[in-house]
Design a protein around this ligand. Structure first.
Ligand code: ADP
Length: 174
């Protein structure tokens, strides 16, 4: 009998923070692949709300008990990273046509860089097609309710961040 090797996929992104849209994509990917590595791109240019360690912690909390999902960080070329961790697939989520052009460019560039690694697109459900980490942060900042859009642990951490920012603000005035 031919031995089928485990299929490993990387799901790269900023995940600042992870949302229910990301989680939905991972759940879909688990139907197709044996293991999914959610990989945080550590980008020195971007100023994230959550540090890479905090984002990793949130991913681990969100997938606690799910043996086939793990979190990781990487920098440099995604295809090189994928090779290092033994992944043959890159997963990306598609929300709307607006995602398409950028994703198309990236997928073709990655194919040129390493034709052995395939990019697979999974579609967000309608209910999450407007959801992004950026929008969650904006809505939360303005006092809006983000429950149902992010895992409970993320909502908690957003509130803690706001409280500690408010405390720092008060400290400065006193
Ligand atoms: P990036 O900065 O690479 O876009 P993100 O963390 O914003 O990183 O997104 C990572 C991946 O998840 C991307 O493929 C993005 O299209 C996908 N994604 C983000 N939000 C959603 C959503 N609501 N539904 C489906 N896919 C999503």
């Amino acid at each position: 009998m031919r031995h089928k090797s485990r299929s490993v996929a990387v799901f790269p992104g900023s995940f600042d923070p992870i949302t229910n849209g990301h989680i939905d994509i991972v759940d879909r990917a688990l139907k197709v692949f044996d293991e999914v590595i959610i990989s945080i791109l550590v980008n020195a240019e971007k100023k994230p709300l959550f540090s890479a360690e905090e984002r990793l912690g949130l991913i681990r909390d969100a997938f606690r008990g799910e043996q086939r999902v793990r979190g990781d960080t990487f920098s440099g070329l995604l295809v090189d990273y994928a090779m290092r961790v033994g992944a043959s697939v890159i997963i990306r989520g598609l929300r709307a046509i607006s995602d398409f052009e950028y994703e198309f460019q990236m997928a073709l560039m990655n194919r040129r860089l390493n034709p052995r690694i395939e990019t697979v697109f999974l579609m967000a459900p309608e209910g999450f097609s407007y959801l992004s980490s950026r929008l969650v942060k904006e809505v939360f900042d303005l006092g809006g309710d983000v429950r149902g859009l992010v895992p409970p642990v993320v909502e908690r951490r957003l509130r803690e961040k706001r409280q500690s920012a408010a405390k720092r603000g008060r400290g400065r005035k006193d």
